[in-house]
Structures are given as structure tokens and as C-alpha cells.
Design a protein around this ligand. Structure first.
Ligand code: PRX
Length: 650
């Protein structure tokens, strides 16, 4: 954990109360109702979650709500359920049968709609395909697909038969994919020939071919034809989706799955070079995603809901797919880039599908602000009734723009704090109940014991910075790191005694509102995506000219945090702009474009403490321009500054 003290500089005073008309028909209608729920959950969390769980369909009821032996929780012990059944079958005997489950919008503007019944049929067919390929309960399936309906179908089909899915964001490189397939020991990979991004075809199958050269566990590859781009199909191993689906039955009973069975793993960055596979459960995860989606997005039967995330991230898992379909609501899924072919693409889609609830990331909002309000103003956005953000703290200016230009001052904004590990939203306004303050995720969801503490685990007073922790288990919490229990304990449970440590710094104000101030570890949050600085450093050092590298975050107007890399070269290499480009590209190839440094600085040496630790604080200051180092543009002698700083950091 970083040792630097956390001080908060945000002093936002504005408050936006829920409008009366909105509150009147909201799921949670007032602050008093929120407080009642919160207290009830706090007093008897097991009863609170146990009661809510009864709405799910159970093949076998659970015997015990919670079995908790720090840091391992089991929820709904002994129960058997099925996520796919709860998201699909449960709705088929209701008027939702012929309601749109997914409205898919392609980058080129084509629309494909699946009703609940149609989606059910496709999921059953693909579940039968999976069975035919020898996939059984407990097998891992890696999914490397663009944002097309087959992605949703694949996940729901895995859930139907109890295979654990592991989605790898399609922007990741072949080597990142290889490492994730190997770590999960996946038997099957589902991919596409290619995917569309800004009008170009991204070649996915090619990357899978590359990855599988060193990923022996994957014996089969199913390929969706999306881009009609030529691919090489390896006999025996590679099969086309459309060939497999021909003539397959649309009936496949959902398997009764143990509450604790891993529904999925999802890789995220941590403080070491190796990404960790966060493991999520079946019943607890689904309950968390379903209830939070309902109360926070205030979902109504008639809503068209749209989350702009990619299913390659946890936001897409919980709030494009599972949480929304479990509520029987219509979810929009968009294939392409937010500003393609024009900066008004998002608003065009909102108007076209009359979206009511819209969930996006602050980085997207900031990018759209830059492009000008004339783009949203071209479209009728009057269908919108609720807006949400996720991924990083939203700066108050962006909040206000979102509120005024997109929401026309009529829509509440839910700033939702959570993580891959938490599975579901943890700190957030409930839009009919909790007044918003721009920049604050406000208050914890009922049943979530969030707090800000010092290193010893003691709550800190109001407006004092500290570590954001969760003090009690919750149903959608991670169950571990795939194959690495030691890392799970160390990473989350040892820093602060008795609590789950989020890795974030925060403060609470006098109203108890949480103000999340960002990571306090060596993880940076770039455009709402989490990246470990170590991971990028390892990628840089894997280039033959690099001797050593240190990566830090630096403020960025759009992305929140940009990536700055300090690099020392091996003898005989010339630091020049060409090499900077080469190294940026190299990181893109090793990890993926999201990890590409914004800036590379060559240094003769990296500043280190006497014990050999890189002085990141110093590098952060330099990257942010707080500390200037001579006028050298390429070669920086950081050792001078390091010597000056040694005493206070070692
Ligand atoms: O630092 C917090 C930030 O994003 C981290 C979680 O990243 P990830 O697991 O990739 O999940 C992102 C989507 C859930 C957190 O530790 N973060 C997320 N939402 C917020 C946030 N920081 C401030 N406010 C938020 N609303």
C-alpha cells in the first residue's frame, strides 16, 4: 500500500435533490426509505439478502444465507439455481415473452433485435453446441468477441450448462489473450473472424491463432463470421459458429448449478505484472447485479436501457447483461466506437431507440464535451429520464455538462462506485431518494458496510482522507483470484485488519457522503480502465533496447489519467523520437492499445531510494509538470533530484 498520506482537495458544495415527480414513482422514494432499508440491512444482513433472494428461481432452495470465514464467503449455501434460467426462462411465461431483450446496433447502423423468447432459443442452441464440443460444467471458456449478440449468447449459454466464462476484451493483444487462456486453463475459445472499430476491421481470429501457439489447453475454437474477412481455419481445431448452429435444437434445459459455482472469471490488473482472474459466483453475483440494477437505475418494465461499456469489462457483465436481463428489461448493445462515423453517434442511438436510462463513463463525457454541445443538440434526447456514470471520479464540470446538456436538468445522475471485484455497484445515489453532489458517489447501497479508515482499520473523522474499505461480506463479492488464494488474501484482506481493502483512497464529508479520490496503490485508472503500472513496465522491459522502466499516471483532460513512462536504455542505443514511437507501439502489441503510453521519457537513471525502490512520487510530479528537470527533452538526469529527495522517501 502506498505510504503517502491522502489529502482531499475537492470542495464541491452544490446539491441536487431528487425531483418530486421522479421520486413519486421510484423504487426507493425518499431518504427516509433509504435509511430504513440501510438500517434493516445493517441490523440483519442475512435476513435482508435472504428475503431478496427469494425472488430468484431456485431448483433447490438454499439452507443457509451466509457462511463467513474471513476472507472466504459462501452465500445461499446448498442452493441450486441457474443464471441463464433467471435471465431468460423466468420471463417466458409472462408478457415479457415477446418483449425485446437485446436491441443490438451495429457500427454501420444496422439493428438486430432479440425478444426474450428468441434470445432463449439462441442461447439453448449454443448451449447444445457447447455440449456437443464436449464442454461440461466447470470447464472454462475464453470469449474473445466484439460487441455482437453472439457475445451475449455465448455467456448465457455457458451459464446455462455451468461452464465458467472468461471474457477477454477484444482490444487486448495476442500475448495478453494467451496469458489469460493459460491462466484459466480454458478448453475452448469463442471468437470472430474480425470486428468493426471506426470502420476498420480488427482481426481477431488472427490474434487467437497467434495466442494458441502457446496455449495448449484450448482444443477448439468457435469462429463467428462477422467481418467476412479471410481467415485460416485449422482443421480439427477451428469451427464456424454458423455451421455448428445448423439444425441444433432450441431446447436445452438449464442445469441446476450450485450457488457458489464460478459463473465467470474476469481478468483485471493489480500491483504485480500478472493480471489476476477475479472469480465471481452464481447466486450471490446474480442477486447483487439484479437488485442494484433495479434500485439504482430505477428500472421500469417499459424502459429501454443502454450502457455504453464493452462486455469485455465488468460493467458490461453486470449492467449490459446479467443485471438487466434478470429484471426483464430491454438492454441496448452497441458494437462500435462512440464517435463514429460522427461525434453524435451516441445521441443518434439514444434518439433512434428512445433510450430512457443511459450509463457511461466520465472519460466519454469529457471527450464529448470537447467535441461541442452542437452534437447532442441535433437530437431529440427527451426520452432520457436517468443518467449514470462509472469507472472513475467524475469532475464536477463534466457532471454539470452531463446534467444540463444531456439531461436537460431533468434527469438524476447516479455516480456509481464499484470494482471488478465487487461484482455490483456499492456506493451510489438511489435516484429517487439520495440528493447528489457532483463528484461524489454519495452513500453506500443497503447491505454494504463501506467506511474510510486509517491503516489500523479505525474510522477516520469526517473530511479526513483514508482508505476505502468494506467491512462485511456482500453477496456479489469476489470469491477469490483464480488459482491463487495467497494473492487473494494478501491483496485484499491483509492491509487493513478485518476488512476488504479496495485499493482506493477516499474521504467522507459531514453528511456521510463518500468522495473517492483514486487509487493509492500502483494501479492507474486510464479512461476508466484499470492498468497495473508493473504490467506496462514489464512490457517495456521486454523490448531488447530497454534496461529499466518506471510507469506512472499523469493528469489527462480526457482520460482522467494518462500513462507516462520513464525508460533507461541499454548501452549503445540512441534515445530519439523514432525509438519513443517504437516503444509505444511495442506496449500496444504486448498488452493492447489501451496500455500504450502517452508519453515516453528517456532517463539516464531512475531515481531510487537507498533500498532500491523507485521513487514514484517524484516521477509523478515530473510527469505532471509539477517538477521541471532542466531543459533536456530526451535525456533527464533524475539522479540529481533523487539524491535531494532520498531523505524523505527512504
Ligand atoms: O478506483 C476506482 C475506480 O475504478 C476502480 C475499479 O476499476 P475496475 O475494476 O476496472 O472497474 C471499473 C468499473 C466498475 C475503483 O477501484 N472507480 C470506479 N467507479 C468509480 C471509481 N472512482 C470514483 N468514482 C466512481 N464512480
Amino acid at each position: 500500500m502506498a505510504s503517502e498520506s491522502i489529502t482531499s482537495v475537492l470542495k464541491e458544495k452544490r446539491q441536487f435533490k431528487p425531483k418530486k415527480e421522479f421520486a413519486a414513482s421510484a423504487h426507493i422514494k425518499s431518504m427516509a426509505e433509504y435509511q430504513r432499508l440501510y438500517k434493516k440491512a445493517e441490523k440483519d444482513p442475512e435476513k435482508f439478502w435472504g428475503d431478496l433472494s427469494k425472488e430468484l428461481h431456485w431448483f433447490k432452495p438454499w439452507k443457509k444465507v451466509l457462511q463467513w470465514k474471513l476472507p472466504y464467503a459462501k452465500w445461499f449455501v446448498g442452493g441450486k439455481t441457474n443464471v441463464s434460467y433467471n435471465c431468460l426462462d423466468r420471463h417466458l411465461d409472462t408478457p415479457r415473452k415477446n418483449k425485446a431483450a437485446i436491441i443490438w446496433e451495429s457500427e454501420s447502423g444496422e439493428t438486430r433485435t432479440y425478444t426474450y423468447q428468441q434470445l432463449h432459443r439462441e442461447v439453448c442452441r449454443f448451449a447444445n453446441v457447447l455440449k456437443g464440443l464436449g464442454i461440461v460444467q466447470g470447464d472454462r471458456v475464453t470469449v474473445y468477441l466484439p460487441m455482437i449478440p453472439e457475445l451475449a449468447i455465448t455467456l448465457l449459454a455457458c451459464a446455462r450448462i455451468g461452464a465458467t466464462h472468461s471474457v477477454v476484451f477484444a482490444g487486448f493483444s495476442a500475448s495478453a489473450l494467451r496469458d489469460r487462456i493459460n491462466d484459466a486453463g480454458a478448453k475452448l475459445v469463442v471468437t470472430a473472424d474480425g470486428g468493426y472499430r471506426k470502420g476498420e476491421v480488427v482481426l481477431l481470429k488472427e490474434k487467437v491463432d497467434e495466442a494458441l501457439k502457446e496455449a495448449p489447453s484450448a482444443q477448439k475454437v468457435v469462429v463467428v463470421q462477422r467481418a467476412s474477412t479471410p481467415v485460416s481455419m485449422q482443421m480439427e481445431r477451428d469451427v464456424w459458429w454458423h455451421d455448428l448452429m445448423k439444425g441444433v435444437s432450441g431446447q436445452c434445459p438449464a442445469a441446476p448449478i450450485d450457488s457458489e459455482h464460478p459463473l465467470f472469471t474476469l481478468y483485471t490488473s493489480g500491483t504485480t505484472g500478472k493480471p489476476k482472474g477475479i472469480v465471481h459466483s452464481t447466486a450471490g453475483y446474480l442477486l447483487g447485479a439484479m437488485i442494484t440494477a433495479r434500485w439504482i437505475f430505477d428500472l421500469k418494465e417499459t424502459d429501454t436501457y443502454w450502457c455504453t461499456a464493452d462486455i469485455g469489462w465488468v460493467t458490461g457483465h453486470s449492467y449490459i447483461l446479467y443485471g438487466i436481463l434478470a429484471n426483464g428489461v430491454t438492454t441496448v448493445m452497441y458494437e462500435g466506437a462512440p464517435t463514429y462515423p460522427q461525434p453524435d453517434r451516441l445521441w443518434e442511438i439514444v434518439a433512434k431507440h428512445k433510450v430512457n436510462v443511459f450509463y457511461t463513463a466520465p472519460t466519454a463525457i469529457r471527450a464529448l464535451i470537447k467535441l461541442g454541445k452542437e452534437w447532442p443538440e441535433k437530437h431529440d434526447l427527451s426520452s432520457l429520464r436517468l443518467l449514470g456514470t462509472v469507472g472513475e471520479p467524475i469532475n464536477p464540470e463534466a457532471w454539470i455538462w452531463y446534467h444540463e446538456v444531456i439531461g436537460k436538468k431533468q434527469c438524476p445522475i447516479v455516480d456509481t462506485w464499484w470494482q471488478t471485484e465487487t461484482g455490483a455497484i456499492m456506493i451510489t445515489p438511489l435516484p429517487g431518494a439520495i440528493p447528489s453532489k457532483p463528484g461524489s458517489a454519495t452513500l453506500p447501497f443497503p447491505g454494504i458496510s463501506a467506511d474510510v479508515v486509517d491503516r489500523s482499520g479505525k474510522s477516520v473523522p469526517a473530511n479526513v482522507g483514508g482508505y476505502l474499505v468494506i467491512k462485511k461480506p456482500w453477496p456479489s463479492m469476489l470469491r477469490g483470484i483464480w488459482g491463487d488464494p495467497e494473492r487473494y488474501e494478501k491483496q485484499y484482506w491483509l492491509d487493513i485488519p478485518g476488512a476488504y481493502f479496495t485499493g482506493d483512497g477516499a474521504r467522507r464529508d459531514r453528511d456521510g457522503y463518500f468522495w473517492v479520490m483514486g487509487r493509492v496503490d500502483d494501479v492507474i485508472n486510464v479512461a476508466g480502465h484499470r492498468l497495473g503500472t508493473m504490467e506496462i513496465e514489464s512490457a517495456l522491459v521486454s523490448h531488447p533496447v530497454v534496461a529499466e522502466a518506471a510507469v506512472v499516471g499523469r493528469p489527462d483532460d480526457i482520460k482522467g489519467t494518462g500513462i507516462a513512462a520513464f525508460v533507461t536504455l541499454k548501452m549503445g542505443n540512441t534515445p530519439d523520437d523514432g525509438l519513443k514511437e517504437t516503444l509505444k507501439k511495442h506496449v500496444g502489441t504486448v498488452i493492447g492499445a489501451i496500455a500504450r503510453p502517452d508519453e515516453i521519457r528517456f532517463a539516464e537513471a531512475l531515481p531510487k531510494t537507498r533500498s532500491g525502490k523507485i521513487m514514484r512520487r517524484l516521477l509523478r510530479d515530473i510527469a505532471a509538470g509539477v517538477e521541471t528537470v532542466g531543459d533536456t527533452t530526451t535525456l533527464e538526469d533524475l539522479s540529481v533530484l533523487a539524491r535531494l529527495r532520498q531523505d524523505d522517501e527512504s
